[in-house]
Design a protein around this ligand. Sequence first.
Ligand code: DQA
Length: 146
Amino acid sequence: MTQACVYVLNGPNLNLLGTREPEIYGADTLDDIAAKLTERAEALALTIEMRQSNHEGHLVDWLHEAQAEDAAAVILNAGAFTHTSIALLDAIRSIRTPVIEVHLSNPHAREAFRHKSYVGMAAKGTICGFGADSYLLALDAAAKLK
Ligand code: DQA
């Protein structure tokens, strides 16, 4: 039997994790997070498909792809697009694949412009504020959706 796959989609500026405002986002790079997720996915009998783009349309395309590829779930850290993108809101509403919103920081404890989440309006649930562990907690949640 093929293992269920979880797409892990990352938006703008997350390619700079590790050096980008480490006091907010921590010292882990996106590759470090991918390695931790791969290890946890093995334990959960899942595979992950990890992507990052600074371009909104790529994230829309990959959400569509996740459904076409019959992914079990999508873990989505849309970065700043979280707070601006009606296109991502519509894309999440356009697919049946459950989407789990993730953030390293807790946007609700930050500037007011980060309090609104278009992603969260359509997501199955949101995990934020636990640094890189937010992704691992989201993977645990995704495993329960299988
Ligand atoms: C973020 C929070 C967003 O507000 C911010 O724009 C990011 C990162 C996080 O993971 O904490 O780029 O999504």
